[in-house]
Design a protein around this ligand. Structure first.
Ligand SMILES: C[S@@+](CC[C@H](N)C(=O)[O-])C[C@H]1O[C@@H](n2cnc3c(N)ncnc32)[C@H](O)[C@@H]1O
Length: 195
């Protein structure tokens, strides 16, 4: 996953914006649903927030309060520094967070939890709960007939091929898994807060 996202940094936002390789994706109402999600993120109470696996900062820029973004990829962080001037950014490992216990009020994470297999998921949740009392997790909901867990074949502009593990979530199931509640769900996205 690490090498793939480092290679994808400069084309990552194409997915959010339906550009480049995503122009032909059939995603009716996608922009509207993404903007709804952004509005819910912007509506979270301002807090000391750590955005784990912040990527290009596409969602980080909507968080309010004292915001720190962390990602393992230096290329992602370069983009995030430009795109999300509301935050400060740190290169680091989400499974071994370089912060003191209770350093944050909230840990926010978008499209990272869904890529973790069971052992890493457990490590990440333990780390998350160590550094922040609240977790907010954003992920995809299943489209019709979508398997809830799969290995996806991905291709980048340079022609390279990658295998990526991904889960999608029925909103109430994600809330139950995290011991929390659904803050927002629409046709494409779910956002859960825990506890
Ligand atoms: C699907 S992207 C999500 C980016 C962003 N949160 C968003 O929603 O647009 C996943 C991100 O996780 C980062 N990542 C993967 N493994 C990581 C790890 N162990 N520690 C920190 N970041 C990691 C990747 O570099 C990538 O930026």
């Amino acid at each position: 996953m690490k090498a793939y996202y480092e290679a994808r940094a400069h084309e990552y936002d194409d997915w959010w914006l339906g550009r480049g390789g995503y122009v032909d994706r059939d995603r009716p109402g996608w922009d509207q649903a993404r903007m709804e999600l952004e509005a819910w993120i912007a509506g979270l109470e301002p807090a000391r927030t750590l955005d784990v696996a912040c990527g290009t900062g596409f969602m980080t820029r909507h968080l309010r309060g004292e915001v720190v973004g962390l990602d393992q990829s230096s290329s992602m962080i370069d983009v995030a520094r430009r795109q999300a001037p509301n935050g400060t950014f740190v290169q680091g490992d989400a499974l071994d967070l370089p912060f003191e216990d209770d350093a944050f009020d909230r840990l926010f994470t978008s499209y990272f939890y869904c890529h973790l297999e069971e052992d890493d998921r457990r490590r990440f949740l333990a780390e998350g709960r160590r550094v922040a009392r609240e977790l907010v997790v954003v992920a995809s909901v299943p489209g019709e007939g979508d398997p809830l867990e799969r290995w996806e074949e991905r291709r980048l502009r340079d022609g390279s091929h990658w295998q990526v593990y991904k889960r999608v979530f029925v909103p109430d199931d994600l809330a139950k898994e995290l011991g929390g509640r659904v803050l927002h769900a629409n046709r494409y996205f779910v956002m859960v807060a825990s506890p």
